[in-house]
Design a protein around this ligand. Structure first.
Ligand code: F6R
Length: 611
């Protein structure tokens, strides 16, 4: 969602960094952007609705220049998509602020500030930060103490960066619940909400912690106080994120690139288990004791990550024999829950920042769940930091809003967890372990074979492009893959798509089926194949057109109204991972045919940091 950048540079114009950084944050989703610099005793600002390129062009036309500045991409929450609502917000011409997150008590703050005489020009919660900091600054003349005093008033999750009209040396930043990092160059200091914004300039990074307030100069962090008001230091790390993972290379879209990166991403993620074995230590040095202390699992996640959790439930219960509940994080966090200290809470999140998942984890811990594990793709993000154990997927940066390689690598980690727990609990023999190791080793090759089916899937996609709706069916462990297929299609093509367990057809959705309704069936050769075939008959009899993804040995024949694409070989328990690839490709090519914005679908954001 929203993105923050900022810089203080001794020898360069900050505008170049600010616009480049914001372009690199575009993938997170936004609807307006803006930058502000402090120069010659003035704050100068440019804001635009729409793409960062428009705003960058306007900045160029105005010859915007400065050695200190901040920038923002906004995804509207409080107030519509308008220029006055875009950040940075300026108060009294004195201070400029960019902000991620939400100030929950902004209404009472707004009233307080209005009584003092502040006039609001936007509908945002952010403007209360600008006026509040300004008010303190006018009294103290010290930007750091002004931000400190203002932050004490705010409830909610936020990350902010502030510059002042009369100070071209220092910026003040604060973090409470939303990510923010400081990055160090030579005679220049950067800030960003996401490492991808700074990586082209420096790899030396320090992540701020919740409650931190820092004073920055070109030399780095001049002063930092933590949530208790104590002076603190934050470790500088060298980011390993590769710049190539942020570039398109020969591909047309990041989603296409990321679909094709899956053999590599899966191999990198599986390496943890192929090199280190199915050992608890892969999840943390104390994971053996934790896994010994649990009798069940609760998985909390949102969207695509929730579907990986649903898939894992089948593995965890059938292979590791461990009772597993899966819940949508945004629902869990608002219901009465019977907590169980012996139930480990697993959160799954590509970004590690999803607010609902984060709040669900905090809620679970507050209720007495003792153990937590996070499966996440972004190093040092909020969820792993809040969890007892962590295993990172090694998908590399995922830029396309629609999650692809993050999903399949989550499945790899969840499968590794299953075998690890199964072994510890005596349900996976040495022979089975070897078999699973071999399956995992061969998985990237199997995925590559499915990617080679792209031309056939593209032909199908042309047919979907003109449809209003589509139905996805699966059974057992492939039902979550049907859900994922429907989500991918609706997200990037805007075609209405729904997924059902095929056995549910006759309990309602069959009423939708006619010759205009394409029905995608995920039907590999497993114990439910005959049942799925019977369900397909029900569709065929009502004139529905069937598009079946199956594997080589499942004995399907093409017929009038029945199209079949076969994945090259049956891969046993890992079949859901392999069958994800065709539904991703189908959605991608249908979106291309419809001409939608594949990487930045309307109304969606990559990192959902608001409720
Ligand atoms: C769909 C998609 C979303 C995310 C969801 C959770 O393609 O990407 O449904 O899966 O917003 O995001 P994370 O995994 O970052 O918690």
């Amino acid at each position: 969602m929203c993105g923050i950048v900022g810089a203080i540079r001794a020898n360069h114009n900050v505008v170049d960094f600010l616009t480049d950084g914001l372009e690199r944050l575009e993938y997170r989703g936004y609807d307006s952007s803006g930058i502000a610099v402090s120069i010659d005793g003035k704050i100068k600002r440019v804001r635009r609705v729409g793409r960062v390129a428009l705003m960058a062009q306007a900045a160029k036309e105005k010859n915007l220049f400065g050695r200190i500045g901040i920038g923002h991409t906004r995804w509207a929450t409080h107030g519509g998509v308008t220029e006055p609502n875009a950040h940075p917000h300026i108060s009294g011409g004195t201070v400029a602020v960019v902000h991620n997150g939400i100030i929950e008590n902004f209404e009472s703050e707004r009233q307080r500030l209005q009584k003092i005489g502040y006039v609001f020009e936007s509908q945002t919660d952010t403007e209360v930060i600008a006026h509040s900091v300004n008010h303190e600054y006018l009294q103290t003349g010290d930007l750091f103490t002004a931000v400190q005093a203002a932050c004490k008033r705010f409830h909610g999750a936020f990350a902010i960066a502030v510059v002042a009209q009369d100070n071209t040396e220092n910026m003040v930043v604060a973090r409470m619940g939303c990510p923010l990092l400081v990055a160090f160059g030579e005679d220049e200091t950067f800030i960003a909400s996401d490492v991808s914004a700074v990586i082209a300039f420096t790899r030396h990074i320090a992540y701020l912690e919740d409650g931190d307030i820092a004073l920055l100069s070109t030399k780095g962090i001049e002063k930092l106080i933590d949530k208790d008001g104590q002076v603190a230091e934050r470790k500088v790390k060298i980011s390993e994120l590769s710049l190539a993972s942020l570039e398109l290379g020969p591909y047309s879209h990041f989603m296409q690139k990321e679909i094709h990166e899956q053999p590599r991403a899966i191999a990198d993620t599986a390496e943890v288990f192929l090199e280190g074995g199915f050992e608890p230590e892969n999840f943390g040095s104390n994971a053996r004791e934790v896994f010994d202390d649990i009798h069940s699992i609760k998985i909390l996640a949102c969207g695509t990550s929730y579907y990986s959790a649903l898939t894992a439930k089948y593995w965890l219960e059938s292979i590791a024999k461990i009772p597993t509940d899966v819940e949508i994080a945004s629902e869990y966090r608002y219901r009465d829950v019977i907590a169980d200290p012996k139930q480990m809470v697993i959160t799954i999140s590509q970004s590690g920042e999803t607010l609902d998942t984060m709040e669900a984890l905090k809620y679970a811990k507050s209720l007495g769940h003792k153990h937590s594990l996070s499966i996440c793709n972004v190093m040092e993000s909020a969820l792993p930091r809040e969890s007892e154990l962590v295993l990172y997927t090694r998908a590399g940066a995922e830029i396309g809003v629609a999650s692809t390689k993050a999903f399949t690598t989550q499945l790899v980690v969840l499968f590794g967890l299953t075998v690890t727990l199964g072994k510890m609990r005596g349900h996976v023999s040495e022979e089975q372990e070897q078999h699973y190791t071999e399956e995992l080793r061969q998985l990237p090759g199997s995925i590559q074979h499915v990617l080679n089916l792209e031309p056939q899937i593209t032909i199908w996609a042309q047919k979907f492009a003109s449809k209003q709706s589509a139905l996805f069916l699966g059974r057992g462990i492939h039902y979550p893959i049907a859900l994922e297929g429907a989500l991918k299609l609706k997200e990037i093509t805007y075609i209405h798509a729904e997924a059902y367990p095929a056995g549910e057809l006759k309990h309602g959705p069959l009423a939708l089926v006619d010759e205009n309704m394409p029905v995608v069936v995920i039907a590999p050769n497993d114990m439910l194949l005959d049942k799925v075939k019977a369900n397909m008959q029900e569709v065929g009899a009502r004139g529905g057109e069937l598009f079946v993804f199956t594997d080589l040995d499942s004995n399907f024949t093409e017929d009038e109204g029945v199209h079949v694409i076969r994945t090259p070989r049956h891969v046993g328990v890992l079949s859901p991972i392999v069958h994800t690839i065709p539904v991703q490709l189908l959605a991608y090519h249908a979106a291309l045919a419809r001409g939608t914005d594949v990487d930045k679908p309307r109304n969606l954001a990559k990192s959902v940091t608001v409720e």
